[in-house]
Design a protein around this ligand. Structure first.
Ligand SMILES: [Zn+2]
Length: 430
């Protein structure tokens, strides 16, 4: 038998009826669950992650488990779909970790607040950082020794620390952040060239801030009970009201700045974004004065103190993020047949991926974090680039806890920071 596409859960249960007699094997139960989720997966990466997990489950079904034609057919279609989605199994044997070691986490001495600068400054600031990073990447390529450099079975992972992209005084507006990846890839020094086909780039993180203005009940001090009702004075229009009371004071209120701290990821023609879930004080220029973390916006006549809000979908937030992007996904992603996990700085301490299974490589772009937990399968690789301590503190560790040693190279031609090269290391496969 053969499946054209990933079967629905009920079709699969009929085809594999002999595997569905009690007691249900845990592998079959996991496959059933994934086939229910597959049609609901909202993004290409979510689908690909499910395919990668399905592939592992199908591969785990081997003797003495009974042979089953539906299982064979499922395995075949899953592998076919993985190739189609650009994540064919196991193109790489080894990995070289290339750290862009540069200090990013410190604020200027004596200042306590983030100031939101004018657009021109942010644009220039961003372009300058792009220029430096492109130069660092091109120099870094020459620091990777051969045969690893030219070996198409060795994946080179370039990673910069958290906060690499943010304005001199804090966050960029979202429209500046959206220009970063196209600029990095562009041109004859860009990362989209075939020269970098075996490179995975994590360009550090970018900080984006947008004022969060929305309808708000100032009587309840909440946005939770707002609804829109017909406006009796304005046919065809609606007015915001509060469910808790007809006389409540409902208006548009600026009551927060939505901060997104997003890791920028690229390999070849593929781009992916991972957002930091947990806000830490260092994301803003707050030193814990009792106000909690805050951002000070100082632009276009607006001068207020706002409470920063964690991004939507994170466990800290009830509000939608303004930085919406179809490439945005969770902390687990499959690229080039490898299952990666990413925890941005305190997400690692907060154990964001504690329950994520089957990670082969854990990436931690950070500012003041060290590898504290093991998230990977046996002999998996954890790669932390810390922009806070020294010139960047970099760790590459195996699950066995052994710190790998690096070769360090100073960057030239006025490019700040240095490059540290770890490996090659074998990639563990299940
Ligand atoms: Zn109310």
């Amino acid at each position: 038998m053969r499946y054209e596409d990933i079967p629905g859960a009920s079709a699969w249960k009929i085809d594999a009826f002999s595997l569905h007699k009690a007691p249900l094997d845990p592998i079959v139960a996991a496959i059933d669950d994934m086939l229910v989720k597959y049609p609901q997966a909202f993004s290409p990466m979510a689908k690909r992650n499910l395919l990668a997990d399905l592939e592992k489950s199908c591969a785990a079904w081997k003797p003495p488990k009974p042979h089953n034609p539906a299982m064979d057919a499922l395995h075949e279609v899953v592998k076919r779909r993985l190739v189609y989605s650009g994540s064919a199994a196991h193109p790489y044997d080894k990995v070289v970790c290339v750290s862009y070691s540069i200090k990013t986490g410190m604020f200027e001495a004596g200042t306590q607040i983030v100031k939101y600068q004018g657009r021109l400054d942010d644009q220039r600031d961003m372009e300058e950082r792009v220029r430096h990073m492109k130069a660092a990447i091109n120099q870094a390529r020459n620091f990777v020794p051969n045969p690893a450099r030219d070996d198409s079975k060795t994946l080179k992972i370039f990673m910069a620390p958290e906060f690499y992209f943010r304005g001199r005084y804090g966050a960029y507006p979202p429209e500046i952040v959206s220009k970063i990846m196209p600029l990095l890839q562009k041109g004859d020094d860009g990362t989209a060239r075939p020269l970098f086909k075996d490179w995975l780039f994590i360009f550090g993180t970018a900080i984006s801030a947008s004022i969060d203005a929305r309808q708000y009940c100032f009587t309840c001090n909440s946005a939770n009970d707002i609804f829109f009702d017909r406006d009796p004075r304005n046919p065809g229009k609606t007015v915001p009201k509060c469910r808790k009371g007809a006389g409540h004071d409902v208006r548009e209120g600026i009551y927060g700045a939505v901060i997104d701290n997003v890791a920028l990821i690229q390999k070849g023609k593929e781009e992916y974004l991972v957002a930091k879930e947990f806000i830490s004080g260092i994301d803003f220029r707050d030193k814990g004065t009792g106000d909690g973390a805050f951002v000070k916006m100082d632009d276009a006549g607006i001068r207020e103190k706002f409470t920063p809000l964690a991004p939507e979908g994170s466990r800290q937030s009830n509000f939608p993020s303004k930085f919406t992007d179809e490439r945005m996904g969770g902390g687990v992603f499959n690229i080039a047949g490898i299952t990666f996990g990413m925890e941005i700085c305190v997400d690692h301490a907060e154990k964001k991926l504690e329950t994520a299974g089957n990670l082969q490589i854990l990436l931690i772009p950070s500012a003041g974090m060290e590898i504290k937990y093991w998230r990977t399968i046996d002999n998996g690789i954890s790669f932390n680039v810390d922009g806070l301590r020294g010139d960047g503190d970099v760790q590459v560790r195996r699950q066995t806890g052994v710190q790998q040693t690096a070769a360090a190279h100073q960057l030239v031609n006025g490019v700040p920071g240095k490059i540290e090269v770890f490996g090659p290391l074998m990639i563990p496969y299940l």
